[in-house]
Design a protein around this ligand. Structure first.
Ligand code: FE2
Length: 241
């Protein structure tokens, strides 16, 4: 329930259907049977999921948090925004995690097969807990686009994956952001599973000239709205609520 007593039902037309053959792995990942709702257990609703003391000073600096010598290669940028509820109130204390490919479009993962080079100074993941205003921010390099085995020649646009944890383990939402002006977004088989163009546009971080650091970094703004008419499209909550 919200302050004005209105409950915001999840808008299922805002989210893509789970079964979208143009996104090939959704064929096997989508449910084959009708869904069953399960009540959360007390431990799922109340159990702590992370400790604030474990956040390190470089955890939101992807340019340096894995660097052995020097810094990660790529176009430097700051990504920032707020986590908001359905009434645009800030959500403090949420754990925001982010992960991405390097400037060449290569992930640091043992199953990654793309030929682009590994950057020894770039790990590709970080995290931050939102402050009292619901704000998060991190420094990174712009990820590259990468090809993936879907259709004959499909490419993902530059993107960063996001996870948002609430105060209990069952409260996790996952999404990803793209970057303003990137023509690759509109040929991306994953983004194109979202039926409403306005929902895709809410996944696009806006170039923010006001917050660029001169001679240092561009800035992109990406707000994350948990529910309601301005909700971010969450890829792990297509069917549930
Ligand atoms: Fe990705």
């Amino acid at each position: 329930m919200t302050d004005n007593g209105q409950y915001f039902q999840r808008d299922r037309t805002w989210h893509p259907p789970a079964f979208t053959p143009s996104y090939k792995t959704s064929v096997l990942r989508s449910p084959q049977q009708p869904l069953i709702s399960l009540e959360n257990t007390l431990s799922e609703m109340t159990g702590p999921v992370f400790g604030h003391s474990k956040i390190g000073p470089l955890d939101n600096d992807l340019i340096r948090n894995y660097a052995q010598t020097g810094e990660a290669i790529g176009q430097r940028m700051i990504v920032y925004g707020r986590v908001l509820d359905e009434n645009a109130r800030p959500v403090p204390g949420a754990l925001v995690e982010f992960w991405q490919a390097n400037a060449g479009g290569r992930y640091r993962h043992k199953k990654e097969t793309y030929l682009a080079a590994i950057d020894p100074n770039f790990g590709g993941c970080g995290r931050m807990i939102t402050d009292e205003e619901g704000r998060y921010w991190f420094r990174t390099i712009k990820p590259g686009a990468y090809p993936w085995p879907n259709g004959v020649n499909d490419w993902r646009p530059a993107h960063i994956h996001f996870s948002i944890f609430g105060h209990a383990f069952a409260q996790r939402l996952i999404t990803q952001c793209y970057f303003e002006g990137d023509p690759m977004i509109w040929q991306d088989p994953i983004a194109m599973t979202v039926p409403d163009k306005a929902a895709v546009e809410q996944l696009i971080a806006a170039l923010d000239r006001q917050n660029t650091l001169p001679m240092d970094s561009l800035a992109y703004k990406f707000d994350i709205v948990l529910r309601g008419r301005r909700s971010t499209m969450f890829e792990n909550r297509m069917e549930g609520n």
